[in-house]
Design a protein around this ligand. Structure first.
Ligand SMILES: C[S@@+](CC[C@H](N)C(=O)[O-])C[C@H]1O[C@@H](n2cnc3c(N)ncnc32)[C@H](O)[C@@H]1O
Length: 314
């Protein structure tokens, strides 16, 4: 028996459930590249058990059947064809047997192959990959969605809370018009240096108002400066226990019809696991719940990356 991150298993060992497992006790060393989290996962001779989601899978043959149950939810996963994937079907009849695709390593690889990632973003991603905290940057498909939202909105004034080495902010800056401005705030000087270098390399420095410091202080200053209601788009990707605070400040800064996107709303699946009750998970869970009842915005929770909710100010 060994402990693994569920992500490690899903993203880096796609054949695990079909591989013959030589020894139930032999550990397989795997690492994550997109996210990491400490969900408990045990692998033994013929099965994979993941504590957070309560998978139960037979690894014995291609026609294996998998079931996926979350307490209180009526969804099941059925394995089709030869891969452990594929489709989650609502067993609640009121969903009309709606089939929802599950993201597997193979399918996610396919998604990534269909992302048009600008060369400069690829270089930044690769440089960041060797840095501490590299799993924090948004994935290329997320960045592409953020950039598209900015373009659809015709946004000129944007804010990002939590820059890290700049992957998402650069994706936004690249699609801003020459007259556009992105207010970007980050508290870590080392990662911010990388971000600044790439704004330069990409020729977008003039569009990015980047400062070192606590985002909440900057947002309060912008409000005091009379900039409320003047922003088109905001992206929240910083301290997860502060999301509600950032959201309240940004809701003042964004105009009616403007958009606020919040990252990590699925928190590696922990939000849906009643057994997980650490402070970050509880904060995100509470935030999601309050957003459901928040009449100031229309919302759409999108299972991309670690989950993003798109909010439009009403
Ligand atoms: C998830 S990372 C951001 C990733 C970035 N959006 C990207 O795609 O590369 C979160 C960042 O928020 C920063 N951060 C956390 N709390 C902050 C705060 N209160 N003010 C400013 N930055 C903060 C952290 O230092 C970290 O670099």
């Amino acid at each position: 028996m060994a402990n693994y991150s569920i992500n490690s298993v899903l993203h880096h060992h796609p054949m695990l459930l079909h591989d013959p497992v030589a020894s139930p006790l032999r550990p397989v060393k795997v690492f994550t590249s997109f996210h990491s989290f400490p969900s408990s996962c045990t692998v033994n001779h013929r099965s994979l058990h993941v504590s957070t989601a309560r998978w139960c899978c037979s690894a014995s043959s291609c026609s294996s059947r998998c079931c996926f149950r979350l307490r209180g939810c009526k969804w099941k996963q059925v394995v089709r064809s030869c891969s452990i994937t594929d489709i989650v079907i609502a067993s609640d009849e009121s969903y009309g047997n709606k089939q929802v695709v599950s993201l597997t390593p193979r399918l996610y690889g396919y998604v990534l192959k269909n992302v048009r990632e600008p060369e400069i973003l690829r270089q930044l991603r690769e440089e960041t990959a060797s840095m501490r905290g590299s799993q924090m940057q948004v994935s290329p498909d997320q960045a592409q969605l953020l950039a598209m939202l900015v373009q659809i909105l015709g946004a000129e004034r944007c804010i990002e809370v939590g820059v890290y080495t700049g992957y998402s902010s650069l994706a936004i800056a690249l699609v801003l018009p020459e007259s556009g401005r992105l207010v970007a705030r980050e508290r870590d000087p080392k990662s911010l240096d990388v971000a600044k270098k790439y704004y330069q390399l990409a020729g977008v420095s003039h569009k990015v108002d980047v400062k070192l410091g606590l985002a909440e202080d900057s947002l309060e200053s912008l409000i005091l400066n009379g900039e409320a209601g003047s922003y088109d788009f905001a992206f929240i990707d910083a301290e997860k226990r502060m999301t509600q605070k950032y959201f309240e400040l940004l809701l003042q800064l964004v105009r009616v019809g403007g958009v606020i996107v919040i990252d990590n709303v699925l928190w590696h699946g922990k939000v849906a696991d009643p057994l997980v009750s650490d402070s970050k998970t509880i904060s995100i869970r509470n935030f999601n719940q309050q957003l459901m009842e928040d009449k100031r915005v229309s919302i759409s929770m999108v299972p991309i990356g670690d989950g993003m909710t798109i909010c439009r100010k009403i």
